[in-house]
Design a protein around this ligand. Sequence first.
Ligand code: ADP
Ligand SMILES: O=C(COP(=O)(O)O)[C@@H](O)CO
Length: 583
Amino acid sequence: MTRLFNDPSAFADEALEGFTAAHQRWVRPVTGGVVRAAGTPAGQVAVVIGGGSGHYPAFTGLVGRGLAHGAAAGNVFASPSAQQIRSVARAAHGGAGVLLMYGNYAGDVLHFGQAAERLAGDGIDARTFAVTDDISSASPEEPAKRRGIAGDLPVFKAAAAAAERGADLDEVLRVAGHANARTRSFGIAFSGCTLPGADEPLFTVPEGRMAVGLGIHGEPGIGEEALPTADEAAELLVTSLLKEIPEGVDGPGGQRAAVILNGLGSVKYEELFVVYRRVAALLADAGVEIVDPEVGELVTSFDMAGISLTLTWLDDELEELWRAPADTPAHRKGAFTGPEPEAEPAAGAAGETILLADDDETVPEASEESRRAAGIALAALTAVATTVDTHVEELGRIDAVAGDGDHGIGMQRGSTAARRAALTAHDLGAGAGTLLTRAADAWADKAGGTSGALWGTILRAVGTALGDQDKPTADSVAHGVSAASAGVQRLGGAEVGDKTMVDVLVPFADTLAELVAAGTPLTDSWDRAARAAEAAAAATADLLPRKGRARPHAEKSLGTPDAGAHSLALITRAVHGVLLNHH
Ligand SMILES: Nc1ncnc2c1ncn2[C@@H]1O[C@H](COP(=O)(O)OP(=O)(O)O)[C@@H](O)[C@H]1O
Ligand SMILES: O=C(COP(=O)(O)O)[C@@H](O)CO
């Protein structure tokens, strides 16, 4: 249970504020997260990590010399937005490029990828790297689909220690890949976490049982077994990891490994030590020499009761990097021999503020007709925000069945920000195109997460199709929706049948385009397309997810519709109401 909070939707921001106030020796705040208080030494590659909030010390607690140069902090269990990541990376940049590192989650992949593109536009060489250590999240044949859990730490640290030694960006990226290829984790859980403001835990494990193969968002495990003794838990973790020794490592005997026994939030340190005692013995029996073990909370999930074991199979290079000194709020090791080199002056832009979409104070010239259409677009976005508010808990509940339960909160943050940005743009006299584009940026910037990136794409596509000069027509609206559908498929890589919002967007866009092309008026076409959307959303209940957070828990999601598909159908219906009123 998360007991101490004010407004649940402000929880992540308030936690970040308190964290930076408490740890000024190591970090200073910038838009979107934190960077090292001392800045990035001139000419050093900056390692910028990040992810959702709710996992402390990941990610902000790992910023400091020898580890990350900056961390972008998203909302609870949601990726930071591309704009947040860009802002942190710009502040952390020491003139030698940036490596963006994160766990392999859909929202993170989308937003960090977009941030790298924007940084290139800023003239900063930025690369991305997703950690994939969790062996329970995909088969060994599909390692790129695995998610990142406590293995984040050794992989981040290897890359950052290489940067500290003066490696260039290509080399830091190579080291990250090498460390990740030799890092494996596996976990178990005994009870789920409760998000701030929620009454129920994200999942429960029956009395006397444990979930096997946990994630770090309270995702249910992939199996269930009787509650083990501490020794049995250790045996399960060790044997699971010894079955998956990476390529290039010749059996466990004679190998050296970095070992992390991680507590997920409410397993006591003493319990961890009891388990570790057996882990150490089992690894010794297998001939593995343990190097600098870590037993404690390194990647958490609020108050979730669970533990995970991580092994990084070391060679000489990785061992040196694992043993290298580090000095961060939550992870300290060894001692640095010399003073930290001078920081890059550009990195000292203290508190640099990157303007977000709704802060813009001017809008481009627009025609009278387009400004009138902007009024309808504003009404539509208001209806969207109201519908999302009404269904916020339902959306969270659906998402919790096989996802991370944050879909309602994320949609609420995004749609509220979009409406606010649209109102500002409207008051400045924006045309429909600019109004929707500003709303798109605000949605993506403020919500983060998978749906934030995708809804940003949807609104931007429609805004681009409408522009600021021409009177919007049924054709241009249908064209914009088709472009949105294509854009979402391009960005997220999902196809119809994968159990995502694409299952709704495609029939919605196709029905609308077909009817409009046949001369049916926009409001009627939209009504029938919204009906197709509602039917398609309901039909996702019969599908098994192949993308996104729900994928590893495919069977659990049978019988429940996809959360993003359902919210999209609700939104198409709400917008129809607005079109009827402006008929
Ligand atoms: N690759 C993808 N392409 C399109 N839609 C996706 C993809 N992955 C996930 N989604 C949609 O995003 C929804 C979840 O959004 P959100 O709650 O923001 O997710 P997360 O917490 O995983 O970032 C899913 O229900 C699904 O409809
Ligand atoms: O949840 C996280 C980011 O992934 P999403 O796909 O946006 O949910 C985060 O907590 C881990 O980085």
